[in-house]
Design a protein around this ligand. Structure first.
Ligand code: GLC
Length: 446
């Protein structure tokens, strides 16, 4: 019965979101009618959501939750910030789930975690109408579906981008780098020039070099854009120990302490953004969220940078790692219906549009990439559309519940190369063996 109420309520939210003339108030006006309840319940309930705090994520989620509470005065929502690092976040989530804790109702989960967390999450197919689900990019729905169960509603998608300073490329007469070799050379030229003019803190290139999930993303881009494969193919073939990947990682190691700070091996997203946004780097690898922060009025680099596809070993080669986050509802929640309603509200087209405009978070709904307001705020959502729909997936489907172990082995090996503890050839030979050992537990296609 409750499930049906949510279903009908969700249709109301969807209609309100898709038809601009119907505001949230229109939904509230229908609230007296039980069949139109977008809050999942009429009872007074308290929900807790654990969600991101990277960049301005925390503020934007708080605004979203405030709008939900206005729509649903009977539901109060507490927000618990997740750790910035995806690696720390999954460790914390597994603790909650192992204790079968109902303390958290809604979880923000990474695109790589459905296989790891499915057993603890409700099947959203049972609560949401097909129209709500089908509005999202089909490959993400497929990614979030484990054994036929939809365990996460797409919230935003992500892909690695190259940020570059337009003013500095012009000043030094350089083009946008199309190969990693060009990036290495141009970064050095600009770094030398800026330091000679007195900015001792200036660096050519910043990225995510810490030993955590973010390094798996960066290194997969170096590897895939060099023709070195994708860590583990969808068919289960281990692809790490090859000359292309060795060369790609050797080049990356050469950046540390030359065009990149020594400390880049401790950088996550926010450290890289901090350096770039302060005006102290020519190039940065980061996700789209850094765009709106960099273009904000108080940003020293507002109007002085742009984004494009990442370079490759040769011109025309490029790879962006697929990232992104979903909203999932815990099986241990005491208020599943209200929790699903909150998730559906936060991921609705109307809310995704606000998130795109305010925070350059990539929508998971195709139509929003043609929305004039979105394209005005974030023009590259249009010009780089293909990057977002063709990004390279980490091997989380094939490795399923083992994915976190795969990633830890991979980023630990890459980190040891970046810090000079091992040669790329040695580290990748060992990594290959380690991955072979755990590959027995992979889900291989029949
Ligand atoms: C971004 C991506 C996510 C990835 C993480 C790594 O948040 O969206 O998928 O795992 O970065 O740091």
């Amino acid at each position: 019965m409750f499930k049906r109420l949510i279903l009908v309520g969700m249709i109301a939210v969807l209609i309100a979101a898709l038809v601009p003339s119907l505001s949230n108030n229109a939904v509230i006006a229908q609230e007296g009618d039980d069949m139109m309840n977008p809050c999942g319940t009429e009872d007074e309930v308290e929900l807790t959501i654990i969600a991101g705090s990277v960049g301005q994520e925390g503020e934007i989620v708080a605004e979203q939750v405030a709008r939900f509470e206005e729509l649903c005065p009977n539901v109060s929502v507490e927000i618990v910030p997740r750790p910035d690092s995806a690696t720390d976040t999954i460790a914390q989530y597994l603790n909650f789930f192992e204790a079968q804790s109902g303390d958290i109702d809604v979880y923000q989960i990474d695109v790589i975690w459905p296989g790891i967390l499915a057993e603890h999450l409700v099947d959203l197919n049972e609560y949401l109408p097909a129209e709500v689900i089908d509005a999202h990019f089909a490959p993400i729905i497929e990614n979030n579906t484990v054994d036929g169960r939809l365990v996460g509603l797409p919230w935003f998608t992500d892909a690695g981008l190259l940020y570059y300073r337009t003013d500095l490329l012009e000043k030094y007469g350089l083009d946008v780098p199309r190969t990693w070799q060009e990036l290495t050379e141009y970064a050095q030229i600009i770094q030398d020039g800026e330091r000679a003019e007195g900015n001792a803190d200036f660096y050519g290139f910043v990225f995510q070099g810490n030993a955590y999930e973010g390094l798996t993303c960066d290194a997969l881009e170096w590897q895939a854009s060099s023709g070195g494969g994708v860590i583990i193919s969808p068919e289960g073939e281990i692809q790490v120990n090859n000359p292309e990947t060795i060369a790609a990682f050797e080049l990356a190691a050469s950046w540390v302490g030359t065009i990149s700070p020594e400390g880049v091996t401790t950088y996550q997203e926010e450290e890289a953004r901090g350096v770039f946004q302060a005006g102290n780097a020519a190039f940065m690898r980061n996700w789209p969220y850094a765009y709106s922060l960099g273009q904000a009025e108080d940003s020293p680099i507002a109007g002085l940078f742009d984004v494009t596809t990442l370079p490759g070993a040769e011109e025309g080669m490029t790879a962006a790692t697929l990232g992104g986050w979903q909203l999932a509802v815990s099986q241990y929640s005491d208020n599943v219906e209200a929790a699903v309603a909150l998730a559906a509200f936060l991921a609705s087209p109307e809310e995704q549009k606000i998130r795109a405009i305010e925070g350059s978070y990539n929508p998971t709904i195709g139509a929003l990439y043609e929305d004039e307001d979105v394209l005005e705020a974030v023009p590259f959502f249009g010009s780089l559309f293909d990057v977002f729909t063709n990004a390279v997936a980490r091997p989380s489907t094939v490795s399923g519940a083992e994915y976190n172990n795969v990633s830890i082995l991979y980023f630990t090996a890459v980190h040891s190369i970046l810090t000079g503890q091992q040669s790329a050839a040695d580290a990748l030979a060992v990594l290959e063996q380690d991955l072979l050992e755990i590959s027995e537990d992979f889900y291989l296609p029949e």
